[in-house]
Design a protein around this ligand. Structure first.
Ligand code: ZN
Length: 559
């Protein structure tokens, strides 16, 4: 007995230690040549991309195949995010994820719909019992689509470690993408004379000369004090021209590796730390993401493969920095930066003008409970990962919390008095691009708005007195629509936005699917439909502040 127990424990250990990424266990999830519109670890807004985006020829409806035998462990349907998504757990300790799906295979669709009707909800997040729905390798589990926060038809595909849901680079498992092209460089930047708290990062663009297809070189550069580099790069594969992320960036100082970034895996919890990897201030002001090839405070990302931080102090004699950028097929691009130490001069960097006079210093190790004219701001420790300056003020009806260049890593709690207490009041934020954004909030016992947000900027109260609009797109009142398989409505709310909707036919809840990108809800006649020739439809839509619109109409249908 004891012996077999030990054997069971040891087998998985051997498996993981010998082969971190089992090869050819997973087949590609779609039966077309793989062209990518997104790569693993790609830099996105406040997060790294957790999978690969497989292009679907601008169409929906391709068969989506399970990459290996397993069982469906989770089905999630959301208006935004992944839209419709399936998670499959496999025996080898990995989970595959398929997202933005149009719909599911028949057996899965039936299972999902029953639960949607039981719970009277389009959105679902189902964790399925082990072995409830088994799937086999290459089985059609779904059809590709464009649901959720997707900018065009594609399949978002992930491989995660099941035990901790850590996303891993799917291309490390042998899923093949033709790629014979080298990564490309957009721009190279020099950070010179960096001070001890990294508060003076001012990237200086270096001009690049192409030496040959694989090598770029800068002019001889002078350095002063602590010096480091930043780079903006992309990679294209053979079957599409999309500019995707690269796989690996290694920086050498006189042939010694001083910084290496490798997009093998990351944890979802650390994804927000992307704002410590990029030059956030430069990104906010110029919309270009520079990857800093040195670590700054608070950067605890696990994408580094060496212990050095990438900074060099006091360069002596003639020396060279070398940067090697690779894609996953090991196509490489080299960049050389020759340094002439005799040219050492004072920093050439121009000081960026800062518009704001900051009136508050925030010490990263302290918690703050600030009160400005009954407006409260709670900032917990490590919110900014370093000591920062803020401008805090109450100006007429708005609360300003400003430092536009600053990434926020933890929620800030804002308590805002609901002054005139009108029906339809809601809290908004204006960012530096003058976008007004609805801020989700609750009321406390004193009827103040309480919001938790990672947004800085100007906060104030707006009023939404206009109810949502509902327009029938499939029938006019009392029409016969026997030939239609679907009925659609346009639903919109111009101010605070749509919070929820509900559709019934003859008083019974029916499944209306919501596609927020097209402002449409639709119902597809299904097994749950009560067959009668006269049908009364009711649609109720509510906006974020509780304004409600009701639509009532009748259609006729032959049975
Ligand atoms: Zn994606």
């Amino acid at each position: 007995m004891r012996i077999s127990f030990i054997v069971i424990l040891i087998i998985p250990w051997i498996f993981y230690s010998q082969e971190k990424y089992p090869q050819n266990y997973f087949v590609k999830p779609i039966d077309i040549p793989i062209a990518l519109s997104g790569s693993f670890g790609e830099l996105r807004s406040n997060h790294f991309h957790s999978g690969i985006d497989i292009k679907t020829q601008f169409k929906e409806g391709f068969n989506i195949l399970s990459s290996a035998d397993g069982y469906i462990s989770r089905i999630k349907i959301a208006h935004g995010g992944f839209g419709k998504a399936i998670y499959v757990d496999h025996r080898n300790g990995f989970t595959t994820v398929y997202a933005h799906l149009k719909n599911f295979s028949e057996k899965i669709e039936k299972y999902v719909k029953e639960i949607q009707y039981k719970r009277q909800s389009f959105e679902l997040d189902l964790y399925l019992p082990k072995n409830k729905i088994l799937v086999s390798k290459n089985e059609i589990i779904a059809f590709s689509g464009n649901t959720g926060s997707s900018a065009g038809p594609h399949l978002h595909y992930e491989i995660r470690k099941t035990s901790n849901q850590k996303p891993l680079n799917p291309l490390l498992f042998g899923i093949d993408v033709n790629d014979s092209r080298r990564p490309e460089i957009r721009n190279l930047y020099h950070y010179n004379n960096i001070n001890s708290n990294f508060s003076n990062l001012n990237p200086l663009k270096l001009s690049l000369k192409k030496v040959n297809d694989s090598l770029f070189r800068t002019n001889e550069t002078s350095v002063n004090g602590f010096t480091g580099f930043g780079i903006s790069v992309f990679d294209r594969q053979d079957l599409a021209n999309n500019k995707n992320g690269v796989y690996k960036i290694s920086t050498y100082y006189n042939d010694e590796l001083i910084n290496s970034i490798n997009y093998d895996a990351f944890f979802f919890e650390e994804s927000i730390l992307i704002n410590t990897l990029i030059d956030y201030k430069y990104y906010i002001n110029n919309k270009e993401r520079i990857i800093k090839l040195f670590k700054t405070p608070g950067n605890t990302l696990n994408i580094y493969k060496n212990l050095n931080d990438g900074l060099i102090n006091e360069v002596k004699g003639n020396s060279t920095f070398k940067i090697i950028i690779s894609d996953i097929k090991n196509n490489k691009l080299y960049v050389e930066i020759p340094i002439d130490s005799k040219k050492n001069i004072k920093s050439e960097n121009k000081k960026l003008n800062t518009e704001f006079t900051f009136n508050r210093k925030i010490n990263n190790s302290l918690e703050y409970n600030l009160n400005i004219e009954n407006h409260k701001i709670n900032i917990s420790k490590n919110t900014f990962l370093k000591d920062v300056n803020l401008f805090l003020n109450k100006e007429s009806d708005s609360l300003k919390i400003l430092n536009p260049d600053l990434p926020v890593f933890k929620n800030i709690r804002i308590t805002f008095p609901n002054t005139n207490n009108l029906k339809g009041n809601y809290l908004v934020n204006i960012d530096q691009n003058k976008n007004e954004i609805f801020i989700s909030s609750n009321f406390d016992s004193k009827n103040n708005f309480v919001a938790k947000t990672k947004k800085l900027g100007t906060f104030f109260i707006k009023n939404d007195s206009i109810s949502p609009s509902i327009k029938s797109l499939s029938f006019k009142n009392n029409n016969w629509i026997s030939n239609k398989s679907i009925i659609k409505f346009n639903i919109q709310d111009k101010e605070s936005g749509i919070k929820k909707y509900r559709g019934t036919i003859n008083g019974k809840w029916v499944l209306f699917e919501y596609e927020y990108k097209s402002n449409q809800i639709h119902y597809q006649f299904d097994d749950f439909y009560i067959r009668s020739s006269k049908n009364d439809v009711e649609i109720i839509v509510e906006d974020m502040v509780g304004n409600i619109t009701k639509f009532n109409g009748t259609f006729f249908r032959k049975n």
